[in-house]
Design a protein around this ligand. Sequence first.
Ligand code: SF4
Length: 425
Amino acid sequence: MTGVGTGLLMRQAPPFVVDHDVAPDRPKATFRSTNKIPRMRRPTDQVGGSRGFRQFILKIHGRCDLACDHCYVYTMADQRWQLRPRMMSSNTMDQVAARIAEHVRAHRPGSVEVVLHGGEPLLAGPQRLAHCVRGLRAAVGSDAEVQVRMQTNGLRLDADLLPLLDELRIQVGVSLDGDQAAHDRHRKRPDGTGSYSLVANALRTLGEHRELFGGLLCTIDLRNDPVRTYENLLEFAPPAVDFLLPNGNWSSPPPGRQRSAETPYADWLIAVFDRWYRAAEQETHVRLFAEILNVLFGGMSTVEGIGLSPTAMVVVETDGAIEASDMLTGVYEGAAETGLNVARDPFDAALRHPVFQAAEPARECLECSLHRVCGGGLHAHRYRAGSPGGGFANPSVYCADLFRLISHIRDSVARDLIPLQRNFS
Ligand code: SF4
């Protein structure tokens, strides 16, 4: 066994058993808890010694200087972004800071993560950025550590900005879809030209300040070769890579998902997993695979869409509106809406709002042997319009892909565990 897999195995005790009575070339790993479906935890339940939201996504700028055709913010059913202010005002930023501080004092989480998001957060400009981050840390004070991240398209990321990001301790994640052809197919500027060369320059600059480099976010396009895409990302030596499944649901399926039994996204991701897991040394952290391994080995998922951990993430729009995940923009207009606003309402009011309550799982998910790991996928991917079967009580539109991917990862690790078990038994 090699690389990342070894590290994870050394740190965590496996909750699954390896069955030696099956063919040696295909060991069968089964969860001890296969028949016991854990109670769905709610956002208000105790999590890791504290309660409440842990991750605050702040839409500090509501527009973007790219016009990506796969962007789920602007191109999907929910068009309310057009009615909101372009940029979060200083006053709203101050209200957000006060509300996060209030939430931290109420729930004592130890640390919280704030993600500066958009649109494109760097359009807010250095002064507004600094106002936001300094205000947040001043309001929370010593009650919790405030980890600040930013997700940017990279166009405005240059050497002049890095000292400020360093001073504000902002970890920067950049969106990159692969090589120039893959990236420029979707991530175009308003004049139709691609953005790859600008982003690549920004990444080279960021690479000289590795302490600020959070990682790369790659939206999957099945037309791109998976291993080549992964290796294109590795050229920038990212500390972490995350792969994003295109937004979609049963009524508006993602590209390439025509028949429910097909697994094109699993096939794509398995090729990347094998390249990552079998590498001679760990080249980067791949969040999706690491989270699946974490949950397979008994941990609590820290990301939405894997495992049964409750949603600990809340979004604040440029006008101060408190909302659920913006992935719900693809479902219907207002699907993420709470009617709450940081100007009037504490985040505790959002914890009690139905949109933050865990949806009832689909019957198929409750009967699924991988439910504890899969969790039924992202909320936004479960939606089906109309009736019968309408709403969110469905398996993910990526169900077949998730089942195959998780099974492959489980079986790959199980195969490596057999010799270890024999050596130590
Ligand atoms: S979405 Fe599919 S793979 Fe995931 S838990 Fe539900 S039935 Fe199982």
